[in-house]
Every structure is written in C-alpha cells, then in structure tokens.
Design a protein around this ligand. Structure first.
Ligand SMILES: Cc1cc2nc3c(=O)[nH]c(=O)nc-3n(C[C@H](O)[C@H](O)[C@H](O)COP(=O)(O)O)c2cc1C
Length: 190
C-alpha cells in the first residue's frame, strides 16, 4: 500500500489539506497526517471543526502527534512514498530550510530531503519577502517542489471545492500520481 505524509501548518487554506487527504485516501493510499499547533487552530477556525473530528471514520488516515519524535515517520527507515506540507506557512518553510527538525512535521520533511523522497511544499503567504523567496530557493535546490497555493481559473471553477480540488490535484501531479482532481489542460482549438 502506498503511504504518504501530509503536514498541515498554521497558514491559511486548511481546506487544501482536507481535499488532498481525501484525494490520497480515494486512491487507496495510507495517509499519516501531522498538524502543528497553529495548523490545528487555523483548521478549526477556517473549517469550523477539529481535525480529529473530521478524520473520524476515515480509514487509512492516521493522525500523528507533532511533538512525538518517536513516531515512525520521524525515521528515514520507515518507508513512505512522499510527503506534502499543505498549506505550508512561511514559518515552517524557514525551519525546514534551516534544517531545524525539532517537531515531527519538520523532522519528517528533513528526512524526506535526506532520503531524496518527493517533498511538496504548498506555500501560502502574500506578499513574499526576500527571506521567504530565499528559503524557497534553498529548498528547491535541495530537491523540494515549491507549489504556491495559487489555484488556476482556466477550468472556470464555480465552487470552493473546485479550487481546493485543483490544488490537491497539483500536489498529486507533483507526487507523480495520475488524478482527476481537476481537468488537466488539453489545449484549446477555437
Ligand atoms: C487565521 C490565520 C491565518 C494565517 N495565515 C497564514 C498564512 O497564510 N501564511 C503564513 O505563513 N502564516 C499564516 N498565519 C500565521 C501562522 O499561523 C504563524 O506564523 C504560525 O507561527 C505558523 O506556525 P506553524 O508553521 O508551526 O504552523 C496565519 C495565522 C492565523 C491566525
């Protein structure tokens, strides 16, 4: 069974994480979700429910404790196919870029880079400072995919779900996973 880690930070856009996790579960993958403290708080604020409540009944979804560095996902010897941080705050971006791995989310990201495993960072902040851009460049050079939370509009979305689905699909694309989360561009002949 494919296994993925989804990190959720306190950047705005928690709904992206929920769409991504559901897309991974729908393809039969096992998902380890790890939320920072602010990730939990912002999700509750933006989505109107706690992550544990949302996760209830979703088989193959395991919530990890961000303080638990004894977790299997803290180790490179634990097999996972890839990791995404969605949404990723500029704070967590900075910690990963600096190699600070003192919570489970940052440690798992650090391990992904060291093991040359796919790591997708869905950054959500605007505008961006030189510090943010420098940290993104550092991580891009280290092998991460920087995927700004910038949904396109060329598929003419009518609902928020179509926007979050677009970003979930982009993450799956970056992980090399075929998906129909959004209509992939096939060109226009008019
Ligand atoms: C409602 C709300 C929205 C926020 N949105 C963002 C955001 O879009 N991007 C960001 O980098 N930080 C955002 N923040 C600030 C982060 O939550 C804050 O920097 C926090 O320390 C991030 O910690 P974490 O990376 O450990 O989750 C937001 C905070 C709140 C309360």
């Amino acid at each position: 069974m494919e296994r993925y880690i989804v990190g959720i930070t306190g950047a705005s856009g928690s709904a992206y994480a929920l769409a991504l996790i559901d897309a991974l579960l729908a393809r039969g993958a096992r998902v380890h979700a790890v939320l920072t403290g602010m990730g939990e708080q912002v999700l509750r604020y933006e989505c109107g429910l706690g992550f544990d409540e949302w996760a209830r009944g979703r088989e193959n979804l395991q919530t990890e404790d961000d303080r638990d560095l004894f977790s299997p996902i803290a180790s490179g010897s634990f097999p996972v196919s890839g990791m995404a941080v969605a949404p990723c705050s500029v704070s967590t971006l900075g910690r990963i870029a600096a190699g600070v791995a003192d919570d489970l989310l940052a440690r798992a990201a650090d391990v992904s880079l060291a093991q040359r495993r796919p790591l997708v960072l869905m950054i959500r902040e605007t505008p961006l400072s030189a510090v943010h851009l420098q940290n993104m460049l550092t991580l891009c050079r280290a092998g991460a995919v920087i995927l700004p939370a910038c949904p396109g509009f060329y598929h003419r979305p009518q609902t928020v779900g179509e926007l979050t689905g677009f970003m979930a699909g982009k993450v799956l694309d970056c992980l090399g996973l075929k998906n129909e989360c959004y209509p992939h561009w096939k060109g226009v002949r008019e």
